[in-house]
Design a binder for this molecule. Sequence first.
Ligand SMILES: Cc1cc2nc3c(=O)[nH]c(=O)nc-3n(C[C@H](O)[C@H](O)[C@H](O)COP(=O)(O)O)c2cc1C
Ligand SMILES: [Fe+2]
Ligand SMILES: [Fe+2]
Length: 395
Amino acid sequence: MNISEIGNKIFYAGVNNRTTELFEELWPIPNGVSYNSYVVVGDKVALIDTVPACYCIKFLNRIAAIIGDRPIDYLIINHMEPDHSGAIQIIRQKYPNIKIVGNNKTADMIAGYYGITDNLLIIKENDSIDLGAGKSLRFFLTPMVHWPETMMTYLESDAFIFSGDAFGCYGALNGGIVDSDMNTDHYIPEMYRYYSNIVAKYGNMVQAALKKTAPLHIEYICPTHGPVWHDRAAEVVNLYDRMSRFEAEPGVVIAYGSMYGNTEEIVDIIASELTKAGIRNVIIHNLSHSHISQVLADVIRYKGLIIGGPTYSNSLFPPVDALMKALRLRDIRNRSIAFFGSYTWAPAVTKRIEAELEHLKVDVVASPFNMKQAGDSDVDEAARIMARTMAPMVL
Ligand SMILES: Cc1cc2nc3c(=O)[nH]c(=O)nc-3n(C[C@H](O)[C@H](O)[C@H](O)COP(=O)(O)O)c2cc1C
Ligand SMILES: [Fe+2]
Ligand SMILES: [Fe+2]
């Protein structure tokens, strides 16, 4: 059994999932995902978060390899989502005297999910638990990053923070646990995707959490998914700070639908004109083919968004409709937006997109236009004007 000591008496006890196709039954994970759990050993032993129920046996064996026959004194629950709380019942069976540590919102969920109402230790903001041997855990409540009960656990003596889903990303851990031991470049795009898919709506709450952790001395960030951040800790904190403020990089995402290629022709004209105007990041997503998880990642990453699509049964072409719903679900803000539509007998797209955008704090920066059937020189010119109008706003 592999044992990874990632700090002084701080061990990794998590598991990899390389079989599930869709995380949360929604988000593709071609490179897998890890569910991270950690063991901190002082005079007393604390286990921080668990794994999905299907990995229970592996998990128990892993813990036994770390602590042998010693009991676990505390199980810290930073997050109750079942990918992290799934092994609570079996942990209680093996360690009947374990104290489960959470806040009052955790208590409600642990009763509802697992019928557990005893041996709970309910903590409040800034409470701490002394494990002895110089190790003490302090708790910071970080609601809605990503559920109401979410909290972070800080091990001051070693400057470790156990951050729950915050700073997490898709991607299994392939040998290394800490970023210093491996090339982590491929995890960074997966952090955009993970954040935009799962956390994005709660930007304000992420900001509140970052304010709480800012004064702490942190050397190691231990999230519940993906690598432990040490060398790149400042970089990922900065990335979370920017994403949660909806700050973005220069560039434009063009997200479109097209059944017969006429709308797509306009997309190519806009993209070419954006490039002529100096935009170096032009990302085009055909919404019938790109997965929405990647479209959202790019919307979070870049300043500009252009949406186009055909009228469909007096409404939006369904993949464009799905994008509009996904943007609303995440309260996407601070983006420069433009849009256009196509139709054959009665246009509906631009009005529908306009109505959807009214719910979002975004700037519509260019006049929408409609193409009847196929393009002509007027439509081509409207497309070029749209690109030239947007370009200076997203540089
Ligand atoms: C199932 C279906 C429903 C459509 N509904 C409408 C409609 O309600 N109003 C309209 O003007 N055009 C409608 N159209 C025509 C399309 O909007 C038109 O083919 C499209 O704008 C052409 O762009 P494209 O080549 O990019 O697909 C419909 C087409 C299909 C296939
Ligand atoms: Fe979660
Ligand atoms: Fe999670």
